[in-house]
Design a protein around this ligand. Structure first.
Ligand code: SF4
Length: 444
């Protein structure tokens, strides 16, 4: 070994090794100090139990999809229960929403839990067994990596679908994070014949709660640029750390994964909104505040009503606020055309439907632009309110209409953040049935 070689090895050893970019890297690099503490120094992140459950749910989902493909069925509830039971009671509870709504397209399922990696030049590397032969392995180190929960292939249409199971309480759109863009880039690069990919997030706590985004091969250069920029941010943090520079700190939702939040050693803890109150204090505040606000508003409203004068406040910076009546204008779009005693009819004796008729004109003029029309709905309160008030003789005949309408209704799950009274305290110490390793594929 030449002295030159030895020197280069020494330089290599003194540098922090840069792991491949992974979906969790996007969260941890949001605050460089979180990345340095958790990833470079390896200090354990809080939330190991939640990660374990997330991993169990992923494993159950992919075992179930493989089973259905093997049996050539779209659903097998008995098998679902068997796999969910094996994952542990908590994971089984989480999977409840998925149980009766998730259908496996067994004809097009290519594989489940598919690891994919790209090198720094975005060429496939570490090509996994089931992908061998689809593309060339560059044999270079992996720079981007991830595991696809389920991959569906539609050869005839040059399309692919990627499913990713999510255990989050609050569904979000797939373009909020880079995960979907990265996974679609993986598939475009591994399967040169694929021209369009749909990435679907399946929120397993709820029935039919799916959010999706699609990309075509034309989008690939932009996707690569975005992922490259994320990798550059990761590399910059390593460079700053290796150079002994002061590491920057940025608070945000990612603080919840930070070891420095849980041990109160965040350097900006005093100003960090995530560290200022305990969760119990926040919950108490959330219970107290709406009650106080309601009473306070009622007292102020009474004062304005009695005096006929709004309440005016000038703050310390000289900004002026007025508390009093504020009217605003909005729009509603009537389905029918109201008359003094009912609704207007057209020449053929049918009800006049001005909005529907304009929408139908759109359909005829632009038949390729109708997808958004499938999402148009009437709110349940507006429609069902009058149909429910069927006490008088005049309204009793609405019962049949109400029933018929209810039969066509589509159930949607709405998720609100609110306080819910419980009979007893939940068992916080319930352990997952299997070990949850703190692997790179833990759910964030
Ligand atoms: S707690 Fe502090 S160090 Fe940790 S992620 Fe938040 S801001 Fe960064």
């Amino acid at each position: 070994m030449s002295p030159r070689q030895k020197k280069s090895e020494l330089v290599q050893i003194s540098k922090s090794p840069i792991p491949a970019w992974h979906q969790s890297t996007e969260v941890t690099t949001a605050c460089p100090l979180l990345y340095v503490t958790g990833t470079i120094k390896g200090k354990k992140k809080p939330g190991g139990m939640e990660s374990a459950r997330g991993n169990q749910v992923h494993r159950t989902g992919s075992e179930y999809a493989s089973w259905c493909a093997h049996k050539e069925v779209a659903m097998d509830l008995e098998a679902f229960d068997r796999f969910a039971r094996g994952a542990g009671p908590e994971a089984a509870k989480i999977l409840a929403g998925m149980r009766e709504s998730y259908k496996v397209d067994f004809l097009h399922l290519f594989a489940t839990e598919v690891p994919m990696s790209l090198d720094e030049n975005f060429q496939p590397t570490d090509v996994f067994g089931s992908l061998e032969g689809t593309c060339k392995d560059s044999e270079l180190p992996s720079a981007y990596t991830g595991v696809l929960d389920a991959l569906y292939m539609f050869r005839e249409e040059s399309k692919a679908v990627i499913d990713d199971l999510k255990t989050h309480f609050f569904p979000y759109d797939p373009d909020k994070y880079l995960q979907g863009k990265t996974y679609c880039t993986f598939v475009f690069q591994h399967f040169p014949w694929v021209n369009e990919i749909t990435f679907r997030l399946i929120f397993v706590r709820y029935r039919n709660m799916v959010r999706s985004v699609s990309y075509t091969r034309d989008d690939l250069p932009a996707l690569i640029e975005e992922i490259k920029a994320a990798r550059a941010r990761q590399v910059t943090i390593h460079e700053a750390y290796d150079a002994g520079k002061e590491i920057e700190v940025y608070p945000g939702p990612h603080c919840l994964y930070c070891p420095l939040l849980s041990d109160h050693s965040c350097p900006i803890g005093k100003y960090n909104e995530y560290e200022q109150l305990s969760w119990e204090e926040r919950a108490k505040f959330a219970l107290w505040y709406p009650i106080f606000s309601k009473v306070n508003n009622a007292v102020m409203k009474a004062r304005v009503q009695e005096t006929g004068k709004p309440i005016v406040l000038k703050d310390f910076n000289g900004k002026i606020y007025q508390f009093g009546p504020v009217d605003s204008e909005g729009f509603v779009f009537p389905l029918f055309q109201a008359t003094a005693n009912g609704i207007a009819m057209d020449k053929e004796g049918n009800p006049s439907l001005p909005i529907v008729s304009l929408l139908m004109d759109h359909v005829h003029a632009f038949p390729d632009d109708t997808k958004w029309l499938g999402d148009l709905t009437i709110s349940s309160t507006k429609l069902m309110g009058p149909l429910k008030s069927s006490k008088s003789a005049k309204t009793s005949h609405r019962v049949i209409t109400k029933q018929a309408i209810e039969d066509t209704a589509e159930k949607v799950t709405k998720i609100k953040f609110q306080a819910k009274p419980l009979e007893k305290l939940p068992d916080e110490n319930e352990e997952p049935d299997e070990d949850g390793e703190d692997s790179e594929d833990n759910e964030f």
